[in-house]
Design a protein around this ligand. Structure first.
Ligand SMILES: NC(=O)c1ccc[n+]([C@@H]2O[C@H](COP(=O)([O-])OP(=O)(O)OC[C@H]3O[C@@H](n4cnc5c(N)ncnc54)[C@H](OP(=O)(O)O)[C@@H]3O)[C@@H](O)[C@H]2O)c1
Length: 247
């Protein structure tokens, strides 16, 4: 019997990167998986790569859409993954519209996802809610103020949720990776693929599947075991500001 047979998983923002790899890992372990993203075409392409998955167009920033679509999925394993960074501007030089996009996605998007899935977990008296945090939720770096603030918020949600859901039977996990090679940097550099590639050059970054493995490990432990926090780094990265690149 596959360890996640009979489980219903939801992974937000799973058209690429960590979300897509996690959805694939959960499906391969037997879960019935729903993935979300903002665009139908990207979603359809990702669904084709994940056995048995269904795709639901849902923008996590949209409170009404989340309220209408997420409870009906009745997921008992939720990965709040959708997130992004834009730019590396100093806070006093940043773009207000870009800040709104990042805060609305990374903070309010997680709140919407949590609000519209966790009542079902509480009703079941079991299940898993996984926050995709970041080492940026534990450390800051120049040019990362807004992104780091949003990931510190995610860490606060995780810590508060542990207290609020104490005794409910629901397990909570925050997975906080360092550098992972995904579309993240292309999005951050507003489509500049050369700049994005330079982020990862010689860094031997984590792969999305490395993060997916960690999530899969945590959610397949016996019910009495709650892996709460996973911090994972590329071996060449010591902190958000210290990276030993291969020459
Ligand atoms: N890459 C890293 O180094 C790293 C490190 C630590 C943590 N993280 C975190 O890991 C998570 C996934 O990032 P990634 O690296 O895998 O980047 P990615 O490849 O760019 O994936 C981001 C995903 O989020 C989705 N998304 C963005 N805005 C959305 C919205 N409003 N509603 C629904 N979906 C939305 C995107 O889908 P569409 O564009 O198709 O809508 C895409 O599927 C993020 O929370 C990120 O902060 C990344």
């Amino acid at each position: 019997m596959q360890p996640l047979h009979g489980r219903t998983a939801l992974v937000t923002g799973a058209t690429s990167g960590i979300g897509k790899a996690t959805a694939l890992a959960l499906a391969n372990l037997g879960a019935r998986v729903t993935i979300t993203g903002r665009e139908e075409a990207r979603l359809a392409a990702a669904v084709r790569d994940i056995p048995g998955a269904q795709g639901v167009v849902c923008d996590v920033r949209d409170a009404e859409q989340c309220a209408r679509l997420l409870p009906a999925l009745q997921a008992d394993l939720v990965v709040a993954n959708a997130g992004l960074a834009i730019g590396v501007d100093k806070l006093h030089e940043g773009d207000c519209a870009e800040w709104s996009l990042v805060v609305d996605t990374n903070v309010k998007g997680v709140m919407h996802t949590y609000r519209h899935t966790v009542p079902h977990l509480v009703g079941l008296g079991r299940g898993d809610f996984v926050f995709l945090g970041s080492v940026a939720g534990r450390q800051v770096y120049p040019g990362g103020s807004v992104y780091c603030a949003t990931k510190h918020a995610v860490r606060a949600f995780y810590e508060a949720a542990r207290l609020e859901l104490h005794g409910s039977g629901v397990r909570l996990l925050t997975v906080d990776p360092g550098m992972v090679e995904t579309d993240f940097s292309r999005v951050r550099f507003r489509g500049d693929t050369t700049r994005a590639a330079a982020v990862y050059a010689g860094a031997e970054p984590l792969a999305p599947s490395d993060v997916a493995d960690a999530i899969a490990y945590a959610v397949t432990r016996p019910a009495h075991v709650n892996i709460g926090e996973i911090v994972m780094w590329a071996s060449r990265q010591a902190s958000t500001t210290l990276l030993n690149r291969k020459s």
